[in-house]
Write a protein that binds this ligand. Structure first.
Ligand SMILES: *[C@@H]1O[C@H](CO)[C@@H](O)[C@H](O)[C@H]1NC(C)=O
Ligand SMILES: *[C@@H]1O[C@H](CO)[C@@H](O)[C@H](O)[C@H]1NC(C)=O
Ligand SMILES: *[C@@H]1O[C@H](CO)[C@@H](O)[C@H](O)[C@H]1NC(C)=O
Ligand SMILES: *[C@@H]1O[C@H](CO)[C@@H](O)[C@H](O)[C@H]1NC(C)=O
Length: 438
């Protein structure tokens, strides 16, 4: 589908009204970009900004500058999967961070082609992840994954990709792996996970529930302090949520029960899952924008669709494909589209609100790329055949190595572009203030 032709109510197609002043500022920016050496502007060593395959000596500052800034306009998230025979870059033997249920090779997955693809944006190239470059950019910084097991899946993929350079040490302050914390000592880089599948305060009201799949109470207007009290110290926060909202839930607002999603309780209004999902994100972003000392950059990692075919997850559905789709073979629709739209709309709201405080929000818009990867899930190779696990055929998480490794390609590219983008936004912010002051 053409995700990017969608008109979002608060979407990216909004134009800043042009005034002579802004044109002037833009002209000045360009001049500045050309005159001032790139590396001082970004505070990154020069070699970091280069394509790792090119020797540093071939650097021609002006030419590269132009190509870097023009490719900044390219939409990274719209494209195709193309073959990459050199992948993967780690195995379950070289990386201990592969989660048991995503260790597909251990459990006998027979095909390996699903590991051998890379993402090619339509308008440019997305460089493959360079672990040394990533760690250098993260020197002295910290990054946290806020969300559920798909967020953890991404963190473990990142640990494995980085393992070619360094393994982290465990500095968790709890044995609960849902709140794991890692440090890369040579880089003074800390990475953590904070578990919050619903983003808001929730409790398991009935572990059996009407559908025998749990029944959660969600307090849609209350912060989940398990993460909201923890993120102020982080420089980068990657937030995500999704699959837990498909389950039965009872919604509370103002401590009053306001409805539910598929709870099958007498006299309780059945609101849909999008109602809770939207409100949960609204509250999560409100928490972030209300933090006194938070100065980090917030990335929304957008919903990664599951790929059950031939039935629902608990009714024999499975994912047995061994190749990606082409972009014209799959379309984001139904529940996945609704979920995607709800979170992006809430993101735009929060971004607008956060801007007033100088907070930065970025969209790690992985949905379209992952929609095209029905072949990347564990299916029945996330456990031994005789094991009784909740996800009989797991078409939600992603095998490691596998397509989720690409999220680190996206992340690194966004981090590399961040210096320029932050700088331009700062100029915009200052010029807006000047205009307002007149
Ligand atoms: C890794 O995968 C192989 C199959 O490719 C399997 O035999 C082995 O047990 C796995 N090792 C670990 C540590 O998971
Ligand atoms: C490590 O990074 C933290 C910020 O994340 C900083 O406060 C601390 O001073 C750094 N330590 C060293 C030894 O550089
Ligand atoms: C639901 O509402 C009906 C009619 O108002 C009432 O008779 C019944 O007791 C209610 N059931 C519950 C579980 O509250
Ligand atoms: C698997 O677990 C379900 C629910 O816990 C139970 O009903 C079923 O009998 C179990 N199946 C096996 C093969 O143990």
């Amino acid at each position: 589908m053409k995700l990017h032709s969608l008109e979002l109510p608060l979407g990216k197609n909004q134009q800043i009204p042009k005034s002579p002043k802004i044109v002037l500022v833009v002209a000045f920016t360009l001049l500045f970009l050309v005159v001032v050496p790139y590396y001082t502007l970004l505070n990154y060593p020069l070699y970091l900004l280069k394509n790792p395959s090119e020797p540093p000596t071939s650097y021609d500052s002006q030419d590269d500058l132009v190509s870097i800034s023009s490719s900044d306009d390219c939409d990274l998230f719209s494209g195709e999967w193309i073959p990459n025979p050199k992948a993967p870059y780690y195995t379950n033997q070289t990386c201990w961070a592969v989660h048991e249920h995503q260790n597909c090779m251990k459990y006998g997955r027979p095909d390996t082609e699903f590991m051998k693809w890379r993402w090619k944006p339509s308008g440019c190239d997305l460089p493959l992840f360079n672990p040394a470059q990533f760690l250098e950019l993260m020197r002295g910084k910290s990054l946290v994954f806020v969300g559920d097991s798909v967020g953890r899946n991404q963190m473990q993929s990142l640990i494995c990709l980085l393992s070619r350079v360094e393994y982290p040490i465990d500095v968790s302050n709890t044995p609960d792996q849902k709140f794991a914390r890692w440090t890369y000592t040579s880089y003074n880089f800390t990475m953590a996970a904070l578990w919050t599948p619903h983003l808001v305060k929730s409790k398991d009201a009935d572990s059996d529930g009407p559908t025998h799949n749990g029944l959660f109470s969600l307090y849609l207007d209350e912060f989940d302090e398990a993460w909201t009290t923890q993120i102020e110290e982080f420089d980068y926060v990657i937030i995500s949520a999704g699959h837990w909202f498909f389950r039965p839930m009872v919604y509370y607002e103002n401590r009053q029960r306001v409805g539910c999603h598929y709870c099958l309780l007498d006299n309780v209004t059945d609101l849909n899952m999008y109602y809770g999902y939207r409100k949960a994100f609204r509250t999560a972003f409100r928490a972030i924008n209300s933090l006194e000392n938070y100065k980090g950059i917030t990335y929304l990692r957008t919903f990664a669709p599951s790929h059950f075919e031939g039935g629902l997850w608990n009714q024999g559905g499975n994912c047995v494909r061994t190749k990606p789709f082409k972009s014209n073979e799959a379309k984001l629709e139904g529940q996945s589209l609704e979920i995607y739209m709800a979170q992006v709309e809430e993101f735009r709201r929060a971004e607008k609100e956060g801007k007033k405080k100088g907070l930065r929000y970025r969209l790690l818009d992985t949905t379209q790329a992952m929609l095209l990867r029905p072949d990347g899930h564990p299916s029945r190779y996330g456990h031994w055949p005789h094991e009784n696990v909740t996800l009989y055929n797991d078409c939600v998480h992603w095998c490691l190595p596998g397509p989720i490794d690409t999220w680190s390609d996206f992340l690194l590219e966004m981090l590399k572009r961040e210096g320029v983008r932050s700088y331009e936004e700062r100029l915009q912010f200052l010029s807006d203030r000047k205009l307002n002051a007149r």
